[in-house]
Design a protein around this ligand. Sequence first.
Ligand SMILES: Cc1cc2nc3c(=O)[nH]c(=O)nc-3n(C[C@H](O)[C@H](O)[C@H](O)COP(=O)(O)OP(=O)(O)OC[C@H]3O[C@@H](n4cnc5c(N)ncnc54)[C@H](O)[C@@H]3O)c2cc1C
Length: 418
Amino acid sequence: MASLPERIPVAVVGGGQAGLSMSWNLTRLGIEHVVIERSRAFGAWHHERWDAFTLVTPNFQCRLPGHPYEGDEPEGFMVKADILAYLDGFLRELAPPLFEGVAVTRLVSAGSDGGFVLETTAGVVSAEQVVLAVGGYHTPWAPPKVDAAIPEGILKLHSNAYRNPGALPPGAVLVVGTGQSGAQIAEDLHLAGRDVHLCLGDAPRCARRYRGRDVVAWLEDMGHYDLPIEEHPEGDDARREANHYVTGREGGRDLDLRSFAADGMSLHGLLMAIEDGVATFAEDLCENLDAADATYNRINAGIDRWIEEHGIVTAEGPSAYEPVWQPPPGPAPLDLAAAGVTSVVWCTGFRPDWSWVDVPLLDETGYPDHDRGVVARTPGLFILGLPWLHTWGSGRFAGVARDAEHLAGQMVVAAVPG
Ligand SMILES: Cc1cc2nc3c(=O)[nH]c(=O)nc-3n(C[C@H](O)[C@H](O)[C@H](O)COP(=O)(O)OP(=O)(O)OC[C@H]3O[C@@H](n4cnc5c(N)ncnc54)[C@H](O)[C@@H]3O)c2cc1C
């Protein structure tokens, strides 16, 4: 590809599904643009998923613009190689004006006439409008004091660097966190016969299938994925919540941590501290398990109500989930050496990094201040791909196309002098 142009109407920062969905819309509208990507297109899917990764969302929710899933398993879950092939197909069809291996290091205002200057590792670009499509998972985070207290000799890594059980040294593994990554990585290790100690957080869970269908399919019919954040009962808090844990592995199934425990996995509450090689935990294991099961039952009960209200003839529902295992009383400390722990996998999420954006973007809580991706504080600046930017699917394959189309419309409006 040629070198970056000095001036361009629109610069899209980030070549993941959000940036490239934006590019698809801009191309359709005939708007000249570039996509600037510091690694490679869809880099997160190439480099930041473990080997046994499968989609958690069913294939039918893969809806990149002009590129719906067309395989013969719409209610299945693509494995990593199939996801990459799906994304590759999109990229080939789109042939975007993509500059890979180029990082935007600073975004500043071009001055009083509007527009932006992007400082990049391949030179400076001026753009009238900029779309930030850099994802919602920037810097892997772990509690610094606890991380620093992990004894030397124990390998520590974050979920985005985990690949497979064989890549960890022999011995037991402490997995911290039970969002989608933590619960699935714990299962991956457990299935490989590794001793796993899993520290639960407050992530909820849901069933994979209920009353004859995937739960996602029911929720889609129920309009859950069209619900805008403004109408979400939990409001903006929904943006900060951990995802429900469930898996698409081997055709999809529940992730029932209690059944893992019954099968030998050691469950703990929140990891509080490590001192002299001994880990201590909060007394919240029971509470966290109960809360996750309550969400599971509540979602199923909502499906029951929908079925009843709409007179749908379908399989009878199982009764509410009955716990198959109960934690012993009190949180027992864990002597890491005595338990043979040789690695710690942090599955404790990510923190945003907007330090390179030198124009008004964030609200007082540090979250980008936007209305469906339009940054009011800085005319001409847009943002795309954040979890719950507009709906549940905004940060996923399910909803990014809708958001990109909306934003492209707003950009056309913004480009016309008022
Ligand atoms: C473990 C995990 C499992 C997931 N499972 C599913 C699933 O089953 N189904 C689903 O639909 N979604 C899933 N998601 C969510 C979502 O689809 C992904 O996070 C997706 O990668 C988001 O796409 P994006 O384009 O918004 O961001 P990203 O894929 O993160 O792309 C952003 C791009 O911006 C680039 N970039 C960042 N900063 C700069 C800069 N300064 N200059 C230039 N380039 C920059 C990055 O290199 C990156 O390539 C999952 C996410 C994770 C983490």
